[in-house]
Design a protein around this ligand. Structure first.
Ligand SMILES: C[S@@+](CC[C@H](N)C(=O)[O-])C[C@H]1O[C@@H](n2cnc3c(N)ncnc32)[C@H](O)[C@@H]1O
Length: 248
């Protein structure tokens, strides 16, 4: 009886594995046909006005997942364009499909690695960045993958206009603290910092937009933090790696 149950659970796992794989494959194929999705496009620098069909300013949502910020801010600000960027095509599928269904035309998605932003944009081709619930990469050895690490700030600095805002919303206190260390290290200027956006009830738009991950974190009663800041004028220098301590 015990073995039969184990086998049933195992078969159920295999069943779900193949269902999910099929769903992902379907979504990957589908986004190739979506007119509002680009996948690691070549020669896009200087051509975003053609993609959006106008010269309006562009706001990026990095690590956009299903692109809730991209879609909701696009509806609220029709005179701006919003581009969600993520490497996961099956998540982008959800946001792009919804935007097409709702005929929100100032929305686009790009499947790409964020560290390669310079391959896709000329300097000052976008004007603001939102980073929503990025992976915190808690191990120190992975810190370089945090979207507010020096190496990412350097990429943003090369592309953003002077005084542009970068917004971060996260449930991860380690990532929030790390970001503040980066802000201090590089002499960035904090514009606004909120340690608990729900402390006094529902926050104002656009902080009240809830992403897929935010909803999960709220169910787990996690505190949601927000910070916005401007990069310094002085060039950001990536500090050398700390040498590992050798214990004799
Ligand atoms: C925890 S999810 C958050 C998704 C969404 N913002 C939300 O709140 O529901 C983090 C997302 O960041 C994306 N991501 C992390 N590092 C990335 C990178 N270097 N380039 C592109 N996407 C990245 C992952 O693919 C994932 O979808």
């Amino acid at each position: 009886m015990k073995y039969a149950l184990t086998i049933c659970l195992f078969l159920e796992q295999i069943f779900w594995h193949f269902i999910m794989k099929g769903k992902k494959q379907y979504r990957f194929a589908a986004i190739k046909e979506f007119e509002n999705v680009l996948e690691s496009p070549e020669n896009m620098q200087g051509k975003w006005s053609t993609f959006f069909g106008n010269d309006n300013p562009i706001v990026l949502e990095l690590a956009c997942g299903k692109g809730e910020y991209t879609r909701n801010m696009a509806k609220a600000f029709p005179n701006k364009n919003f581009l969600g960027i993520d490497i996961k095509g099956n998540r982008i599928f959800v946001g792009a499909k919804e935007a097409l269904a709702q005929e929100v035309n100032n929305v686009g998605f790009m499947r790409a690695q964020i560290q390669q932003l310079q391959d896709y944009f000329n300097p000052q081709e976008f004007e603001e960045i939102w980073i929503t619930f990025p992976d915190p990469f808690l191990k120190d050895s992975k810190a370089k993958n945090r979207l507010t690490h020096s190496r990412f700030l350097k990429v943003y600095q090369a592309l953003l206009p002077k005084n542009a805002l970068i917004h971060l919303k996260t449930d991860s206190k380690p990532l929030f603290d790390f970001t503040q260390e980066m802000i201090e290290l590089h002499h960035c200027v904090v514009h606004e910092k909120i340690d608990d956006i729900y402390l006094n009830g529902e926050p104002e738009f656009p902080l009240n937009i809830q992403t897929f991950y935010e909803k999960m974190h709220l169910e787990d009663k996690r505190t949601i933090q927000y910070i916005s800041f401007r990069l310094p004028e002085k060039e950001i220098i990536i500090p050398p790696k700390k040498k590992k301590e050798v214990h004799e």
